[in-house]
Design a protein around this ligand. Structure first.
Ligand code: HEC
Ligand code: HEC
Length: 456
């Protein structure tokens, strides 16, 4: 899967955006700081259709949050590489001039990049699915991607975010650092508990390498400002569809039209090209992407890959997110300990406590698919499976009976691998115990009360 150097610079998204943005930049250079107010015709990706009018941030904007209410009222919808005046989004290539002098640190950063890009291949004993960090954070080593890991403004960029750590998390009244944050991502997004050695240890070489890469990504961004591209823009106010009214059956239709060509009608993707969106190879049911508003935000900002911002309608993205997160996935046993104090949010539809609070006996999205007779496992979805009365599934349908419980979506990857009761030498057992402790710490700190801060 190694990539030629040219692919480091060019990829489909940049080809589409790049031409337009380059033109805009030239205009800037000539005319100085003229406010760029992106009207509909300036929206580079809207050409793909379906997105309606797409407006990006004005060039003169600067501040700590681009999705402030004020900007939303002016209908600015997406981040834009050129938007910040004082804090710019500047992806950089990895070479001798951008890397530190010290050869050991260089090596560690390169290693970190390579783990981000090919996580399940590089760390098979610690990854319990087929994902890589780059599948959600962008720029991995897939044939279609750039290799500039974590530096795609549409895919949860990690540029300049290391400066935000250690950060205070109100829920558990403690600080968490960068490494603990990364470990939390392994625990959830990478389903490490389903891998032979579980979550990598706090002081392991791999975690240090990934931390180093994050620090490298941070160089060049002023540390006193939260960069405007940090965090997904989740639906708010009117944009939000109440969880029980999200329609995953309509989502199934939209999925077939907009997603199945890459991720497969069975949701399993294609190895080495497109990641799985549910099932054993996917993130577990405690992951941020398993939450319906978080995943809707991601889908709206990042997908369909190469044509981001064309799937712009909030209702569409929530319905598709509901469909995706109606499916079976690896189960995270420590779920009940999540949000022990604050209470699990509505969007955490895989959580028993949320389901109960909303009056369901299972994931509401799962229930609706089962009522419609649409598979929730990796059986390929076919057009003919989608019933005619799609609107029916906008109703909460709480009291309808289906054959299942809140455990219906669980894929149990734990029992088979005996994580915390590892066989083998005493040493291993000990280190796996202390890993568990570290994980608890990493994870406890994970969900902060601020709604914009979400867990990986
Ligand atoms: C043109 C192919 C393509 C289409 C169409 C597409 N995706 Fe993706 N998707 C990708 C690729 C490639 C990645 C990984 C990006 C990377 O590694 O940099 C991805 C990543 C994802 C991820 C995060 C990783 C994972 O597997 O959990 C989700 C979720 C996702 N896509 C959902 C969707 C949804 C929902 C749609 C339809 C609205 C969609 N995608 C349409 C190619 C596509
Ligand atoms: C299935 C998708 C997915 C995968 C895979 C994934 N993440 Fe994330 N990650 C997320 C989401 C969603 C967020 C929260 C985004 C937000 O803040 O709005 C996030 C947030 C983060 C953050 C916090 C960013 C910040 O601004 O503070 C870090 C660091 C991070 N992830 C690292 C990783 C690492 C390291 C891996 C691989 C071990 C990984 N992620 C794998 C989805 C994913």
């Amino acid at each position: 899967m190694s990539q030629g150097d040219s692919t480091l610079l060019l990829k489909p998204v940049l080809l589409v955006f790049g031409t337009v943005l380059a033109a805009i930049l030239v205009v800037f250079a000539v005319n100085g700081a003229i406010a760029f107010v992106g009207g509909p015709s300036d929206a580079p990706a809207a050409a793909g259709g379906g997105g309606g009018e797409v407006r990006e941030l004005p060039g003169t904007w600067n501040g700590s949050k681009w999705y402030s209410e004020e900007l939303r009222e002016q209908e600015f919808q997406y981040r834009n590489e050129t938007a910040g005046k004082e804090v710019k989004f500047v992806p950089k290539e990895m070479n001798n001039s951008t890397l530190p002098e010290n050869p050991n640190r260089r090596e560690l950063i390169r290693e970190g990049r390579s783990i981000f890009a090919n996580t399940s291949n590089e760390m098979p004993n610690h990854v319990g699915n087929n994902l890589s960090c780059a599948n959600c954070h962008g720029g991995g080593d897939l044939p279609t991607t750039t290799g500039m890991v974590g530096q795609d403004i549409n895919l949860i960029p990690l540029v300049g975010t290391a400066a935000g750590y250690p950060e205070w998390t109100g829920r558990t009244q403690r600080m968490r650092d960068m490494r603990q944050r990364i470990m939390g991502c392994f625990l959830r997004s990478m389903n490490s508990p389903g891998a032979p050695d579980g979550v990598p240890a706090y002081d392991s070489r791999e975690i240090q390498a990934m931390e180093s890469y994050m620090v490298w990504l941070n160089k060049g961004t002023p540390s006193e400002t939260v960069p405007y591209w940090r965090h997904l823009e989740k639906p708010e106010g009117d944009e939000k569809v109440p969880v029980s009214e999200i329609n995953p059956v309509r989502g199934a239709e939209l999925y077939l039209e907009n997603c199945a060509s890459c991720h497969g009608a069975d949701g399993q993707g294609i190895e080495g090209q497109y990641p799985a969106v549910w099932g054993e190879g996917s993130f577990n049911d405690g992951a941020g992407m398993g939450r319906v508003y978080t995943s809707a935000a991601f889908i709206r900002e990042a997908m369909p890959y190469g044509a981001a911002h064309t799937f712009a309608d909030w209702e569409d993205s929530q319905d598709v997110a509901g469909y995706m997160n109606a499916h079976m996935r690896p189960h995270l046993p420590r779920q009940p300990k999540d949000w022990a104090v604050a209470g699990a949010p509505d969007e955490a539809i895989y959580y028993n406590r949320t389901q109960q609070r909303l009056g369901y006996d299972m994931n509401p999205m799962t229930k609706k698919l089962m009522l419609a007779g649409i598979p929730i496992d990796d059986t390929p979805l076919e057009e003919s499976m989608i019933p005619d009365n799609v609107e029916r599934y906008e109703q909460p349908l709480k009291d309808e009976e289906v054959d299942g419980s809140w455990e219906t979506t669980w894929i149990r990857t734990y029992e088979d691998v005996g994580n915390s009761t590892a066989e083998g030498s005493g040493n291993q057992t000990q280190s796996s115990m202390s890993t568990q402790d570290a994980v608890t710490t990493a994870f406890e700190g994970e969900q902060s009360e601020a709604s914009s801060e979400t867990a990986s």
